[in-house]
Write a protein that binds this ligand. Structure first.
Ligand code: NAD
Ligand code: ZN
Length: 251
């Protein structure tokens, strides 16, 4: 059975790295971008989530954020997030590299989390650099559009996420690449593996000789390089995988 074989590989790993995408948070109630029910079926990303669109019309950006924000802010980790935290604690995984901006890995207890696309939990004023919690800005959206900076009144309050057209944080990319180079196992969860350079991370690990495990609802372009592909829901598959790996590792 593929889950048993995957657990065996995980139990043997000491420097495993997980790469996660929007799919791991789908069961927490946060819609993915691509895939069935994805947000891109409702919004055009270039019109809403690009840096150019934001600079031109921050109000349009915040109108979408006003609708989408409450679900993201209320979301809690699901068993998939907890299973990855458990596999770090057991010494099989060393880090989670994530494309998500929801902060749910940290909330579930993962210690080393590398956020390739930044964090949606805070907001930064592009005029004076002041940061504040996204949660506080969300409350202001009811009476102030677009929201203004508390310190300088600036109109460009940007979530500390990487928008389309922005560079990824170089430090995070370098750290993720180094981890992949040294990995003895790569576990991809809930990513369509079409957003680069995030999708390069598992390639780096495979080239360095690490076995690849893919857990995703749908096929991905890297499935053909994987030792094991499990098509399923992260919140069901990961706890079973972690349970088998950890109980095996523990003897
Ligand atoms: P993605 O490229 O990571 O694709 C999501 C994949 O997850 C799809 O292939 C889908 O089949 C799969 N999936 C859906 N539900 C699943 C489940 N329960 N278990 C396992 N797999 C499941 O992500 P995307 O949606 O294409 O978005 C790309 C970028 O958008 C991300 O890299 C991120 O920066 C941003 N984003 C972040 C969040 C978040 O923070 N939670 C949500 C949406 C989008
Ligand atoms: Zn300011």
């Amino acid at each position: 059975m593929s889950i048993e074989r995957a657990a065996e590989l995980l139990a043997r790993a000491h420097r495993g790295v997980a790469l996660t995408g929007a799919g791991i948070s789908a069961e927490s109630g946060i819609p993915t971008f691509r895939g069935a029910g994805g947000l891109w079926t409702q919004y055009d990303p270039v019109k809403v989530a690009s840096i150019d669109a934001f600079m031109e019309d921050p109000k349009a950006y915040w109108s979408v954020a006003r609708e989408r924000g409450p679900a993201v802010l209320a979301a809690a980790p699901n068993p998939g997030h907890y299973a990855l935290a458990g596999l770090e604690q057991s010494g099989n995984l060393v880090a989670v590299v994530t494309q998500n901006t929801d902060g749910l890995h940290q909330e579930a207890g993962s210690v080393r989390v590398i956020e390739l696309h930044g964090s949606g939990r805070s907001v930064e004023c592009l005029d004076c650099g002041t940061r504040e919690a996204r949660r506080d800005v969300q409350e202001r959206l009811e009476f102030q559009m677009p929201p203004r900076c508390r310190i300088c009144g600036g109109m460009f309050l940007k979530p500390t996420v990487v928008l389309f057209g922005e560079a990824m944080p170089a430090g995070a990319v370098a750290e993720a690449t180094a981890l992949a180079e040294g990995a003895d196992l790569m576990l991809v969860v809930g990513s369509s593996l079409v957003v680069y350079p995030a999708a390069d991370i598992p390639l780096v690990a495979v080239r360095a000789g690490a076995p690849l495990i893919v857990v995703n609802a749908e096929p991905t372009p890297l499935d053909r390089l994987a030792e094991i592909v499990i098509h399923g829901q992260a919140g069901a598959v990961l706890p079973e995988l972690a349970y088998r790996a950890i109980n095996r590792a523990g003897g």
